[in-house]
Design a protein around this ligand. Structure first.
Ligand code: QAP
Ligand code: CO
Length: 171
């Protein structure tokens, strides 16, 4: 097991559009180890979701665990949203934008098709926080960050705040 470095805004690599995973590769040891390393990295942060893009792997998958007890690990490979209903506003954060939180409006309920860590096709109806998290992580796979929903001025303030945080951490 290993902790993976997380890319941070405004790193241009976070803008990469991820390519689909070959489902035949999912059960290979190298891919399973990468999933374990992503869970370890997410739990250590601590976070509730981590997309492969955030650890500089530009393939379409993510790990999520929204449970309090951190005992409900979920893997979504090649996710696709089949259906959406309603809107919800949630105050989001992101391991790639540390210390920044902002309200984002997303679908309240989604139906998502994906491949699980056993390589099996699945369909899931999700709402509430899980639905938010899936949509947030799927945005990463398309090179999109939650701060992109903010105005350009607010996004610039976020960039400056992160630069200052990094300067102070280094000093
Ligand atoms: C995405 O985010 C998400 O700023 C996952 O200093 C967020 O795990 C989906 C984190 C909210 C739905 C709702 C953020 C940890 C973790 C920080 C995360 C930080 C330390 C964010
Ligand atoms: Co994120």
């Amino acid at each position: 097991m290993a902790l993976l470095p997380i890319l941070e805004f405004p790193d241009p690599r976070l803008r990469t559009k991820a390519v689909p995973v070959d489902p035949a590769r999912v059960t290979e040891p190298a891919f399973q180890t990468l999933l374990d390393d992503m869970f370890e990295t997410m739990y250590e942060a601590p976070g509730i979701g981590l997309a492969a893009s955030q650890v500089d792997v530009h393939q379409r998958f993510m790990v999520i665990d929204i449970s309090e007890e951190k005992n409900d690990p979920r893997v979504f490979i090649n996710p696709e949203i089949l259906d959406r209903a309603g809107d919800q506003v949630y105050q989001e954060g992101c391991l790639s934008v540390p210390g920044i939180y902002a309200d984002v409006t997303r679908s309240n309920e989604i139906t998502v098709r994906f491949v699980d860590r056993q390589g099996q096709a699945q369909e899931l109806r999700a709402d509430g926080l899980l639905a938010v998290c899936i949509q947030h992580e799927m945005d990463h796979l398309d090179g999109k960050l939650f701060v992109d929903y903010l105005s350009p001025l607010k996004r610039e303030m976020v960039r400056k705040k992160l630069a200052k945080q990094r300067r102070q951490a280094a000093a």
